[in-house]
Design a protein around this ligand. Sequence first.
Ligand SMILES: Cc1cc2nc3c(=O)[nH]c(=O)nc-3n(C[C@H](O)[C@H](O)[C@H](O)COP(=O)(O)O)c2cc1C
Length: 165
Amino acid sequence: MGKEFFHDFLYPRQVVLVTAATSEKANVTAAEWVSPVSEKPPAIALSLANSSLTLELMCASMEFVVAIPDERLKDAVLLCGTTSGKIIDKFEEGKLTPVKASRVSAPLVKEAKANLECKVLSYQSVGSHTLVVGEIIEVHGQKEEEEGHSLLFNQGGKRLFEIKA
Ligand SMILES: Cc1cc2nc3c(=O)[nH]c(=O)nc-3n(C[C@H](O)[C@H](O)[C@H](O)COP(=O)(O)O)c2cc1C
């Protein structure tokens, strides 16, 4: 197996939605290369392809939101992860409702079970992708009884898209 496929050994992984916006445009994408990286300050890291519109908006605004989808958003997550905001409006096509965040320009996703507002602490190119570290400055979560299951993405050896609730 080619070493570029090393990450096939690291599945399944949780999938999140990531939003970012400038005054001209807001966008949302699916991301699975995501991890908590600090408790104090609370921080999260994600890695986005250099071609991603979300990455471009994130680096321009230095802000983003990580929205946690449940299984009800499976179709929207697949749409967000298979098309670029350069081509379509993913909020509209995915039936996702952007809601004004309290402290960042990026919108919350109304249908998500939780939304984390983040400020970019750093970003660094790692080749094909850029590693972004963000401090979580606000958390919006729904009551436990209203929560659905998080989504897991299983790329596996055949690299097929499969999301399990
Ligand atoms: C379930 C799933 C998870 C994904 N995770 C990532 C990821 O962590 N990083 C990444 O760069 N692309 C990831 N992608 C692909 C991007 O979402 C995709 O390239 C998207 O079209 C980029 O959109 P944008 O240009 O609007 O930002 C994922 C796709 C799917 C379906």
